[in-house]
Design a protein around this ligand. Structure first.
Ligand SMILES: Cc1cc2nc3c(=O)[nH]c(=O)nc-3n(C[C@H](O)[C@H](O)[C@H](O)COP(=O)(O)OP(=O)(O)OC[C@H]3O[C@@H](n4cnc5c(N)ncnc54)[C@H](O)[C@@H]3O)c2cc1C
Length: 484
């Protein structure tokens, strides 16, 4: 039984790890020269920068991600826990708020600034805690009334109904650059799941996300599996309603018994021969909303100039953090996440900080025909303007940056589009809509019985969401085998 996996992002690597461990012949095909997708790191001037990944939640012993990572041999990596008394420092229009670890602590800490919301905060903390315990297969959501209720409630409405203080509603949403805060559609379950894990405990990884990708790939190889880079899947052959071969780089054919796709469905389906699956199915997925993209300003700092902070900063210069899909894109930066790299030499100074903010495909689409490293001057000027704007906005909170930036690198949704094959540079893929769960939660099965989906567009995104989905995909693959 030969299983081909398209894409060596976290989802593809996790599926490859689990299935190769079970003795299946696995080959992962990655278009890039490097594995990891959004987890990959890149090097500039001998320093490592992260493409996407900055931190995870729930890696304390017995916690939600810890339990999942046990199966992938990812517990013994150099994880570094962030400050428990404040892992995320939030600024809204200059006012500071602290996110503390532990559900009760979190509620108590914010109660100091919002004493009349204490009860509501404790209720909220209990709901987040319970959501962790109920983490399960999204496709079985209908069977569980509590989860279903949380899925069909919008996060925005939940906050409106449970907190009378608008400032607090914004504080509770303020570290959520990790998801698209769409007022009309973001399910509360997803909001609770993602925020809740980080409140359990928050962790960086020395060496960045690439360490996870490399560890998984080493595991796959030790199980006899193969991970190939510079191997872009450019087509698929379908015989008797089964994918029988994948085409690599337009020239090589590889026979397969089963295929798992870790790439965005909108990139996958055009690879199938016309008519292999119904146009209506493909169009329905194409019509779904995808999350914003990200603009990252990677700052290389002068040696021994900026002290490492063992926490993230989320800086907002706007009164309302939620948006509607229809909201126009006006090219302003109002919300920025600040992430410090852990010094790999164990010292007290960091060499790089990432400033991370939403950016929309419409803002860069005009340059989408240009090639990496050969972009036109107006694109470079656009990036420089936006980077300077971001630095100006964080300087009041990080005055030590002044005079200490050695070099600036940037990435836009166009960078992700070109290097990680992300559909329209969307950071988190297809957005789940609480009003339309049946359509926006994609099953891992497709109309072709030997073609399966995994990755961030199926169920939910982030290291946690992708890991849950990889397990579901593998379970369904194994359950389906006798019928193939
Ligand atoms: C800027 C940013 C910051 C983030 N920060 C965090 C964070 O701090 N914590 C967290 O938990 N999550 C974070 N995330 C989300 C998390 O990184 C992603 O949800 C997750 O890594 C996605 O994994 P994936 O396997 O679904 O897809 P991807 O990482 O997109 O991998 C898909 C892979 O498929 C390859 N590919 C595409 N087309 C082809 C083809 N035709 N043939 C072969 N290969 C192909 C791509 O090159 C890529 O390697 C962040 C995401 C972004 C974008």
């Amino acid at each position: 039984m030969k299983i081909v996996i398209i894409g060596a992002g976290l989802g593809g690597l996790e599926c490859g790890y689990l299935l190769s461990k079970q003795g299946f012949e696995v080959c992962i095909l990655e278009q890039g020269k490097q594995i990891g997708g959004c987890l990959q790191s890149f090097e500039r001037k001998g320093h490592r920068f992260d493409t996407g990944f900055h931190y995870v939640g729930g890696m304390g012993e017995g916690e939600v991600l810890y339990r999942l990572f046990e199966d992938f041999n990812l517990l013994n990596l150099p994880w570094k826990e962030l400050d428990r008394e404040c892992f995320d420092e939030v600024y809204i229009d200059g006012e500071k708020f602290s996110y503390m670890n532990g559900y009760e602590n979190f509620a108590e800490e914010l109660s100091r600034q919002f004493p009349n919301q204490r009860e509501a905060l404790h209720r909220y903390a209990t709901i987040l805690k319970n959501a962790q315990e109920g983490l399960q297969d999204f496709s079985k959501m209908a069977d569980n009334p509590t989860s279903r209720e949380l899925m069909t409630t919008s996060a925005y409405n939940f906050l409106q109904q449970n907190f009378s203080d608008e400032r607090l509603r914004n504080v509770l949403s303020a570290t959520s650059l990790k998801m698209d805060l769409l007022a009309d559609s973001l399910p509360f379950y997803l909001f609770a799941q993602i925020n809740g894990t980080f409140i359990q405990s928050a962790w960086r990884l020395v060496g960045g996300g690439q360490v996870i990708a490399d560890t998984l790939a080493a595991g796959i190889r030790s199980h006899g599996g193969e991970v190939r880079t510079r191997a872009r899947v450019t087509g698929m052959q379908v015989d008797n309603e089964r994918v029988s071969r994948v085409i690599i780089n337009g020239e090589e054919e590889m026979a397969c018994d089963l295929v798992i796709s870790d790439i965005h469905p909108n990139i996958l389906f055009p690879l199938l021969p016309e008519g292999a699956v119904r146009k209506r199915y493909i169009q329905r997925i194409k019509n779904l909303h995808n999350s914003f993209g990200v603009f990252t300003v990677h700052l290389l700092l002068k040696e021994n100039s900026v002290k490492y902070r063992n926490r993230n900063l989320f800086i907002h210069h706007q009164p309302e953090l939620w948006r509607t899909v229809e909201q126009p894109v006006d090219g302003c930066t109002r919300s920025i996440g600040v992430h410090f790299s852990v010094p790999e030499n164990g010292g007290e100074y960091t060499r790089n900080i990432d400033l991370f903010m939403p950016m929309y495909w419409q803002e860069v689409a005009a340059w989408s025909d240009s090639q990496p490293l050969r972009r036109p001057g107006d694109y470079e000027a656009f990036k420089q303007r936006r980077a300077e704007d971001a630095i100006t906005q964080v300087l009041p909170y990080l005055p030590e940056l002044k005079g200490n930036i050695e070099q600036i690198f940037t990435s836009t949704p166009l960078t992700y589009h070109d290097y990680t094959g992300t559909y329209e540079g969307s950071a988190y893929g297809i957005c789940t809509d609480c009003n339309n769960l049946m359509v926006t939660i994609l099953p891992t099965k497709t109309p072709l019985p030997n073609l399966f989906l995994t990755g961030q567009s199926i169920n939910f995104h982030g290291v946690l969401g992708v890991t849950v989905t990889a397990k579901i995909t593998c379970e369904q693959v194994i359950a389906t085998l006798p019928t193939l």
